[in-house]
Ligand binder design. Structure first.
Ligand SMILES: Cc1cc2nc3c(=O)[nH]c(=O)nc-3n(C[C@H](O)[C@H](O)[C@H](O)COP(=O)(O)OP(=O)(O)OC[C@H]3O[C@@H](n4cnc5c(N)ncnc54)[C@H](O)[C@@H]3O)c2cc1C
Length: 374
């Protein structure tokens, strides 16, 4: 039997119930830690609710082989993740990994993708990515527009439902005896030897282990534990169509058809601060590209558009780190929380539970942002 803890006392606290924090909290609970997930909730900027849902490998880790390997490991862990979540929670996260396409609408884009595939193959080994010309593509994807010159293809790419995934992590945590505590904004963390006190207004939570995974809120919280998470917002806009007859079996980087039949079309990369609105100019751009790729989409009804903020580090790669000043406190953030969900839940969380991150993650420590040119 577990010893009875004081009210508000846990084995582990995770701040931030988006895709990163929820994956880790569920993973910690599976490792046997009594875990509380403290979450500001939907009032906060929450990339987990506004993303495109790709489990994407082909372009991840260009010039950073460790990131390519981490991403590939996550994609490999994803089938186990989806199966385990379905078993534990009854929620189907709609994982499909049939391979993915990045369309090129000009010869210049084709040349650029070709160079990237070769470069990444040389840096971090092969995943079977290749460049397909228009004639090869036509057999795989019907209804392509005349401007499509070709595409890069990787057999290990896929997609899932990010909303079902988030719900499954929360349900899985609760099913494992953990607590999901929404509506709590953490405003203070007080580290003491062997324990962390976390405050949300007048509420206090205590644990010997703490994970800061609060998305864009992490920049402010991390220094309270001796960690550094210099993240900034980067907006992406997405539109979704009515449900359409199935025409696209493979996810692509700008267009994907969900399990239900609606088509997600996106997305943009805009440095506009904490503004998650939408703009007609960007939507027109997104629509133009998708119709050039699939002319039939010109007749589809758009049912919703939205903007959401990515959580970006200065170099775009994740931060994973245990605090040197306050051991037991961990930082976790990345800009591909769907893709990396497998690794976060099934590899990172068990390492945090055991008290040490593997050396293969050393290059993701924040010290890399403070190395002087000399
Ligand atoms: C347009 C767009 C498209 C994307 N497409 C993809 C994709 O196709 N594939 C992919 O892998 N990734 C994609 N992403 C990225 C993915 O959504 C994010 O990597 C992921 O959601 C980040 O998760 P997070 O938990 O770090 O942050 P968030 O999801 O933003 O969650 C942060 C959480 O922390 C909580 N919080 C913040 N401050 C506090 C506080 N002080 N106290 C308590 N709680 C707090 C918030 O309430 C929130 O729940 C996309 C993102 C965007 C915006």
């Amino acid at each position: 039997m577990r010893p009875v803890k004081a009210a508000g006392a846990f084995d582990a606290l995770v701040i931030g119930g988006g895709l990163v924090g929820a994956a880790i909290a569920w993973g910690l609970a599976r490792a046997g830690a009594e875990t509380a997930l403290i979450d500001e909730g939907d009032v906060a900027f929450r990339a987990a609710r506004g993303n495109f849902g790709l489990v994407w490998v082909q372009s991840k880790g260009d010039n950073r082989p460790e990131y390519a390997h981490w991403t590939r490991r996550s994609a490999e862990l994803w089938p186990d993740l989806a199966e385990t979540l379905a078993r534990e929670t009854g929620i189907d996260v709609a994982l499909a990994q049939p391979g993915g396409l990045h369309f090129c609408l000009s010869e210049a884009e084709m040349a650029e993708r070709g160079q990237m595939i070769t470069r990444m193959h040389n840096q971090s080994g092969g995943i079977g990515a290749k460049l397909l010309d228009r004639s090869e593509l036509k057999d795989m994807v019907p209804g392509l527009g005349p401007d499509v010159r070709g595409a890069s293809f990787s057999p290990v790419d896929g997609h899932a439902s990010p909303l079902h995934l988030l719900r499954a992590f929360h349900a899985g945590l609760i099913g494992r005896g953990g607590r999901y505590l929404p509506g709590r904004t953490v405003d203070r963390i007080a580290p003491a030897p062997g324990s962390f006190a976390v405050y949300s207004g007048t509420e206090r939570f205590v644990a010997p282990k703490l994970v800061v995974a609060a998305g864009l809120g992490s920049r402010h919280l991390a220094p309270m534990t001796g960690l550094d998470m210099p993240v900034d917002p980067l907006r992406g806009q997405i539109m979704v169509t009515e449900r359409l007859k199935r025409f696209l079996d493979l996810p692509t980087v700008f267009v994907r058809q969900t399990a239900e039949g609606s088509v997600l079309v996106g997305d943009s990369h805009e440095d506009v601060g904490f503004d998650n609105g939408t703009t007609p100019a960007v939507m027109q751009d997104i629509a133009r590209r998708s119709v050039a790729t699939f002319p039939a989409l010109a007749d589809a009804q758009i049912v919703r558009v939205w903007g959401a903020l990515r959580v970006m580090t200065p170099d775009g790669f994740p931060i994973y780190e245990q605090s040197a000043r306050y051991p037991g406190a961990f930082a976790a953030t990345c800009h591909s929380g769907v893709t990396l969900a497998g690794a976060h839940a099934l590899a990172l969380a068990p390492a945090i539970a055991a008290g040490a991150l593997p050396s293969s993650l050393d290059s993701f420590m924040s010290g890399r942002f403070h190395v002087s040119a000399a």
